[in-house]
Design a protein around this ligand. Structure first.
Ligand SMILES: O=c1ccn([C@@H]2O[C@H](COP(=O)(O)OP(=O)(O)O[C@H]3O[C@H](CO)[C@@H](O)[C@H](O)[C@H]3O)[C@@H](O)[C@H]2O)c(=O)[nH]1
Ligand SMILES: [Mn+2]
Length: 755
């Protein structure tokens, strides 16, 4: 199907390029730096090992433990640094020219199936999902070629109700967008950005507000009411399914509702509309539903029975379109005759709205969504990040050179429909059949076909497996964000999200598809390293936790563990620190961010090291020995006003007690104590001088680390001591952490003093 279109397109192209590629300047310098830095790392590891050799006597058991700990930590830092270099070896920048896509006929556009996932009407308000859906329904694309599928894993009548309303509102909204050539096609975003209202705008705004009020009332009530909300028998029939006693989010039959049908439903101007289909797949408590990957596979199958578009766009409930021309951009790659046979997907970066000025929680993910993406784009292509991604449907069925056929021929990407009537008995029966919770039993879904199961980061895992199968991917990063999503603008929300990712990534790292072995073999060393960097992401927690506690506890006990300032090895430590930090900062700023944002980014990295990475890592290990289980903890997209205000002002949000805050606070206390202890020692001086310079020289590295952590921990001290708002550190966390810090000190100081 895509092949045929691409053929027509080449004839239309007149030699104009669809996309171009530039190598990023400075790559040679990057490689040179990597080489020099590698030498530094080798020297450091050599230093560690030789120190250990010298220590070889029983009397110094504790020193051996400390030395081994730092050898391990520095080895892990070196490992993560090395894997990260894969992103700096061949970064590229692409540009696409959608204006050069010349279709002679509207029917030449490939059909597009859009998947939108939602899972909980209270954490993901139905009105937000509606905004996302409307923004893509209004794409500048032939409407009869677009089908929007909404997957409701919450099995919620509230979401379905919102979409029934949305279908009515769309008949007004879509022509309004086209006539006024709107840039913002999510109504919410449009009304927030528009200040000049003419009569027509007023009218549509009133209509939108009417719908919002109606939907929000139903959500507040928690139930669609027969008497107020429904107008006819047909609507009532739909909701009857939800009104039975045993209908629960985790246990219910499939609901499929065709809300708009392109060949039948027209907008108020008489134009065609896109298809809009609501799906809540069957769930039974006895069968695993595989979270989002399971939902996406149900969508792949249901959409195959109804429209089977060759291009599939996956979106999260919050990632609305910010540019109506986006599909054309993706087509510049998907239809390129030189690429299309090998191209699995075109990934746009996830971008977020509502971040505060200096991005205190580092939610921009500059590395993840920009720098590293451009890095692997010069190799086999970016990893899939779960949303904002246009797939070639064929990529879900085996590699480019081998086709894995689905169990039903109708689900094959090659299967072509002739003007399907979505609401027909025959099509609906098949759609219901493939949405059954036991449909996947004894099939290849989740293992070889579709989105892959087995990791909480189904996105990372699926993209990875596709690339291992031989597929390529493209990164498309236009200046104007193609999509905008919500981020968890609250510290705990962010840490929980990151903890889930950490666990999911470890599931990939320790599977038989380990990027260091399987990945290396399938994609070559650089891609293997790049995927390993993420898979082992949470390993940061080991060196970061070691560096957050041991040098400081040693400082408190008067034990020096790093080279003195006068020692030549000291220079190496300075070089390694400044080199890594300086380079990271430079990359960040060169990628268009600011120094202040970089500063917050490095702070958050340290915070994660002793919280979500650490807890994720531990939880993964506990699961491995059978103690706990992992679930997909949904990120809330609802924020209370006061919280948002504090976030706006750049104030950290603690507020609720969480074990992750305990380690964090304990580290902050120990570092402050160690730093102050060191300072007092220096200023007390010896008999001959006012300052104790010998002490300072010996303890400089430890004091520097403690001081650096103290500077970074300012928001934690403030939250513990000064603040009185609701987002302050809960008193119990402060108390527990203080006790823990004392216990740590008491249990280590006598031991360390002996060494
Ligand atoms: O059982 C589930 C759980 C989640 N979701 C949906 O998955 C999406 C992502 O969930 P969210 O809580 O927003 O997670 P985030 O951590 O913000 O998402 C990131 O990380 C996920 C992998 O952990 C990816 O799937 C996402 O695309 C990526 O944006 C949302 O639309 C949910 O509705 C489901 O459909 N079913
Ligand atoms: Mn999200």
């Amino acid at each position: 199907m895509l092949a045929l279109l691409a053929f027509k397109l080449t004839l239309n192209m007149d030699g104009l390029p669809l996309h171009t590629l530039k190598f990023k300047p400075g790559t040679l310098l990057n490689r040179l730096f990597a080489l020099v830095y590698t030498c530094g790392i080798i020297a450091l590891l050599y230093h560690h090992v030789s120190k250990l050799n010298m220590l070889h006597s029983d009397a110094q058991q504790d020193s051996i433990i400390i030395s081994l700990t730092f050898l391990l930590s520095d080895f892990l830092l070196a490992f993560l640094w090395t894997t990260r270099q894969a992103f700096h070896m061949r970064p590229v920048h692409r540009h696409e020219y959608p204006e050069n896509l010349l279709f002679s006929n509207k029917s030449d556009f490939p059909a597009l199936d859009v998947f939108i996932c939602t899972a909980d009407p209270y954490k993901e308000p139905p009105m937000d999902v509606v905004n996302t859906a409307l923004s893509v329904m209004a794409y500048e694309y032939p409407p009869d070629k677009v089908s929007v599928y909404v997957s409701d894993d919450g099995g919620s009548q509230l979401t379905l109700f919102a979409f029934m309303e949305a279908a009515k509102f769309a008949t007004h909204w879509l022509p309004f967008c086209t006539e006024n050539n709107l840039l913002h096609r999510s109504p919410e975003a449009f009304f927030a950005s528009t200040h000049s209202f003419n009569l027509q705008t007023h009218k549509i705004k009133t209509m939108f507000e009417g719908m919002r009020t109606k939907v929000e009332q139903v959500v507040a009530r928690g139930k669609v009411d027969d008497n107020f909300d429904l107008v006819n028998e047909q609507e009532r029939k739909v909701f009857n399914k939800y009104w039975t006693d045993n209908f629960a989010p985790r246990n219910h039959p499939t609901v499929i509702q065709v809300l708009l049908q392109s060949d039948k439903d027209k907008d108020i101007k008489g134009q065609e509309m896109p298809n809009l289909i609501y799906l809540s797949r069957e769930k039974t408590t006895t069968l695993p539903h595989n979270f989002k990957a399971g939902a996406l596979n149900a969508l792949l199958r249901v959409s195959a029975t109804m429209t089977n578009a060759p291009v599939v766009l996956t979106l999260d409930c919050d990632t609305y379109s910010n540019d109506p021309k986006t599909p054309s951009r993706a087509l510049c790659y998907l239809l390129d005759p030189k690429l299309r046979n090998k191209l699995a997907y075109v990934q746009f970066p996830q971008r977020f709205h509502g971040l505060n000025k200096n991005d205190i929680y580092a939610l921009e993910y500059k590395g993840l969504f920009h720098i590293n993406m451009e890095g692997v784009d010069g190799l086999a292509g970016p990893n899939y990040v779960g949303a904002c991604c246009f797939f070639n449907r064929r990529a879900f069925f085996g590699g480019p050179s081998f086709f894995v056929s689905p169990e039903l021929p109708e689900l094959s990407p090659e299967h072509v429909f002739n003007k399907p009537i979505l609401n027909s008995q025959q099509i609906l029966a098949r759609a219901y059949h493939v949405a059954n919770s036991n449909y996947e039993n004894q099939t290849k879904w989740g293992s070889e076909v579709g989105f892959r199961y087995g990791s909480l980061v189904e996105d990372f895992y699926t993209g990875y497996r596709m690339q291992c199968d031989g597929w390529k991917a493209m990164f498309c990063n236009p200046d104007k964000a193609a999509f905008l999503g919500d981020s968890p603008i609250n510290l705990l929300g962010m840490l929980n999200q990151c903890k889930r990712w950490s666990i999911g990534l470890l599931q990939v790292a320790f599977s038989r598809y380990n990027p260091l072995t399987f990945g290396f073999r399938s994609m070559g060393p650089l891609m293997g390293l790049a995927y390993a960097h993420y898979a082992f992401w949470s390993i940061w927690s080991i060196p970061l936790t070691v560096y957050a506690f041991i040098p400081q506890l040693a400082l408190l006990s008067g034990v020096s563990i790093f080279p003195k300032v006068s020692d030549p090895w000291f220079i190496l430590h300075v070089f390694l620190f400044l080199g890594a930090y300086g380079k990271d900062c430079l990359d960040f700023v060169l990628a268009g961010s600011t120094f202040a944002r970089w500063w917050n980014d490095q702070r958050i990295w340290m915070i994660k090291g002793v919280s979500c990475f650490l807890f994720g890592f531990t939880e993964y290990c506990l699961k491995a020995v059978g103690i706990s289980t992992h679930g997909f903890s949904l990120t809330s997209k609802v924020f209370d006003n006061e919280q948002s205000k504090r976030y706006e002002q750049g104030i950290f949000e603690f507020g609720v007690p969480s074990p992750m805050f305990v380690t964090l606070t304990t580290a902050a206390i120990i570092n402050l104590a160690a730093f102050v202890h060191g300072l007092l020692h220096v200023f007390r001086g010896s008999s001959s001088s006012y300052l104790d310079l010998e002490y300072l020289k010996g303890m400089f590295v430890q004091m520097f680390i403690a001081g650096f952590v103290v500077i970074n921990s300012r928001p934690i001290y403030e939250a513990m001591v000064i603040r009185s708002d609701k987002g302050r550190m809960p008193t119990e966390i402060t108390l527990i952490s203080a006790c823990l810090a004392c216990v740590l000190y008491a249990s280590t100081s006598p031991r360390m003093c002996k060494t």
